[in-house]
Each structure stands twice: as structure tokens, then as C-alpha cells.
Design a protein around this ligand. Structure first.
Ligand SMILES: [Zn+2]
Length: 90
């Protein structure tokens, strides 16, 4: 293998240990919940989920979105990280 590629692989390993280097601007994922599979989306700093809880509650979150926020925390802009329902106005 070329030495330049070995260097790139080593760099990739270092990057992989520093997920805060990565910022998701958008994503779409299938989330297999306990009862059904849902589509979770992030566009900019706005989350969306296809589940009934997200659609029926004014808080703009659900267990699927909150789980994604925990998993991806270091790769999300501050505005898309976990917030409690009353944190939006502060
Ligand atoms: Zn949901």
C-alpha cells in the first residue's frame, strides 16, 4: 500500500475519535421504535418525526428525536441539541 494512503487511514482513525469535528446539517433516518418504524429528520436545526407523539404535541419532540439528540450530541449544532420544552424562549 502507498505510504500516502497509510497516512490517510491513520488520520481517519484520529478523526473518528473526534466526532465533534462533524456537524450534521441534515439527515434522514429510519428509527425502529417499540411498536413501529418512524422517519426522523433533521433539516438545519429543526427536527421532525413521523410518530403520533411528535404530531400531536406542541413541544416539538418525542422519544425518537430525543434519542437521536443523545446519540449525535457532539455532532449537532447547539440549536439542534437536546432542549427541554420550555428552553426555547430563554
Ligand atoms: Zn417520534
Amino acid at each position: 500500500m502507498q505510504s500516502s494512503m497509510i497516512g490517510k487511514i491513520e488520520k481517519a482513525h484520529r478523526y473518528a475519535e473526534e466526532p465533534e469535528r462533524i456537524r450534521f446539517r441534515s439527515l434522514e433516518a429510519e428509527f425502529r421504535g417499540s411498536h413501529d418504524a418512524y422517519t426522523v429528520r433533521l433539516v438545519g436545526d429543526a427536527w421532525d418525526c413521523s410518530c403520533n407523539t411528535f404530531a400531536s404535541q406542541a413541544v416539538g419532540t418525542c422519544s425518537h428525536v430525543m434519542a437521536m439528540q443523545q446519540i449525535l450530541s457532539s455532532m449537532l449544532p447547539d440549536s439542534a441539541r437536546f432542549r427541554t420544552a420550555d428552553a426555547g424562549s430563554s
